[in-house]
Design a protein around this ligand. Structure first.
Ligand SMILES: Nc1nc2c(ncn2[C@@H]2O[C@H](COP(=O)(O)OP(=O)(O)O)[C@@H](O)[C@H]2O)c(=O)[nH]1
Ligand SMILES: [Mg+2]
Length: 208
């Protein structure tokens, strides 16, 4: 006779029925996470230690996903932000000094720049060593992808008596420039406002 056909209310039987309910309780709920439809992509690139990842966290906050390409352990973080009511993917890339790759990180970031359909590349540079970092800005400008220069760490630069003139740098380079401090969350609104210019907004249509 099977245990569940037995009329006795022994210990075994109560354990069987208990474990049935416990297992049911423990079963993970299969909830489908809502699909996020990205309406644009912006990548943060630049040398190591210029504050790309901190800026990425300030812009996006919360949970991020990491991805890599086959054959490499180097990863890029991705998350979404809302810019001009659009859901935009932000990618935090590994540090690169030049578009001529010397390291696995540089090779990865270079590949990402050419593989991803990017609407904008934000070149994050350190305000304390501006001239040294502009070399990569010029290389990036040759890729034909729109470039915005984010001059980060102005808090540290100001302490050293270095003041970056945003308007003058913009005029000299001929591309948008934002001065900011990711650590102090200064200039973030100005950055997202300029990013919005690169997020495609459909033209108004009139019907008569
Ligand atoms: N003072 C200051 N520190 C910053 C700023 N942005 C980033 N950092 C710091 O610089 C270091 C490198 O930043 P990280 O985001 O890892 O640079 P990444 O290598 O370009 O991703 C970290 O200790 C950050 O906290 C900033 O605007 N001001
Ligand atoms: Mg980083």
């Amino acid at each position: 006779m099977k245990c569940n056909q037995c009329p006795d209310s022994c210990q075994n039987k109560s354990q069987t029925s208990n474990s049935f309910w416990q297992n049911l309780w423990r079963k993970p709920l299969k909830m489908k996470s809502p699909e996020v439809i990205s309406e644009g992509t912006i990548a943060l690139v630049g040398s190591p230690n210029v504050g790309k990842s901190l800026l990425f966290n300030v812009l996006t906050g919360g949970y991020t996903t990491v991805s890599n390409y086959p054959g490499t352990t180097v990863e890029a973080s991705r998350n979404y932000i809302k810019i001009a009511s659009k859901t935009i993917t932000i990618i935090d890339t590994p540090g690169m000094y030049s578009l001529i790759p010397m390291t696995e990180e540089e090779r990865f970031s270079r590949e990402l720049l050419f593989r991803e359909p990017l609407d904008l590349v934000v070149h994050v540079i350190d305000a304390k060593s501006l001239s040294r970092m502009l070399n990569l800005t010029f290389q990036l400008m040759e890729t034909q992808v729109p470039i915005l220069v984010a001059v980060n760490m102005i808090d540290e630069a100001e302490k050293l008596g270095i003041w970056v003139n945003e308007k003058q740098l913009e005029a000299s380079l001929g591309i948008p420039v934002v001065t900011l401090s990711a650590a102090q969350q200064r200039g973030i609104k100005s950055l997202t406002a300029k990013m919005a210019n690169y997020v495609h907004i459909p033209a108004l249509s009139y019907s008569y």
